[in-house]
Design a protein around this ligand. Structure first.
Ligand code: F6R
Length: 241
């Protein structure tokens, strides 16, 4: 695991975007695994700038997002589809039909998860999977549990996760209770993993994930088994590693 510690927000975003952009430059048909949440927002902003400066084009690239809430209409302000459109896709030249997010508002969530699995199978190996890190060690929405699932599946969100995400909703009651997420196996199948975390509140879980025992109680600890992981941390999140 290759840990990069940066000094400020600008370096954090610059470093993340730089890794992604250089991959797109060397392989225009790159398949990117993308994440939502607050961590990658600045990275996406920087990628948009690089696109507008003519440094990088996503015309032939495609993307696969990790997860989506169940039960929100697609255009709901907090749906991950809308998040991705607003924070990235609407501002770059990746054709929208090349972008994939699990469908969280289908009447049959299990079926939607199965369809996403098929899509990932057809896509083959994703070149780079971008990940944020939950305070409980989740990646995607793979929550700590007695066992973990390999493929895309329906999950019940942890209370902690719902609380953490309540900041984006009017009240915690509005936060969905379920989501569709890529499984640990699908995530680990990526050629390269780029994990990003910032802030003091992530320091402890970063240490557990990267240096602690590999356990289903900390899903991110399974990243230790992957041969090509890059981790970008700010000084606070990296203070215990
Ligand atoms: C987002 C996702 C989540 C977040 C994690 C961290 O698609 O799958 O695992 O990456 O909850 O969220 P932030 O970045 O908001 O701290």
């Amino acid at each position: 695991i290759n840990i990069i510690k940066v000094n400020n927000e600008q370096q954090f975003n610059e470093t993340g975007a730089g890794i992604i952009a250089s991959l797109v430059q060397t392989n225009p048909r790159v398949k990117l695994g993308l994440a939502t949440g607050s961590t990658p927002v600045g990275v996406y902003q920087r990628l948009i700038e690089l696109y507008k400066e003519g440094v990088v084009s996503f015309k032939l690239a495609s993307s696969y997002n990790l997860d989506e809430y169940i039960g929100l209409p697609e255009d709901h302000s907090e749906s991950y589809r809308r998040f991705m459109n607003e924070k990235l896709f609407n501002h770059i030249d990746m054709p929208l039909e090349n972008t994939h997010v699990p469908s969280g508002n289908s009447s049959n969530a299990q079926q939607a998860a199965d369809e996403y699995n098929r899509l990932l199978d057809e896509a083959g190996q994703v070149d780079l999977q971008l990940l944020g890190l939950g305070h409980n060690g989740h990646i995607g929405f793979n929550e700590p549990d007695e066992d973990l699932q390999g493929q895309t599946h329906v999950v019940t969100l942890d209370e902690l996760t719902r609380q953490a995400n309540a900041r984006f909703f009017d009240s915690i009651d509005d936060v969905p209770t379920h989501a569709i997420t890529m499984g640990i196996g699908s995530i680990l199948k990526a050629k390269q993993i780029l994990l990003m975390a910032k802030g003091k509140d992530k320091a402890e879980i970063v240490a557990k994930a990267l240096k602690g025992p590999i356990t289903t109680k900390c899903p991110a600890s399974f990243l230790q088994t992957h041969p090509n992981v890059v981790v970008i941390l700010d000084q606070e999140a990296g203070s215990l590693v």
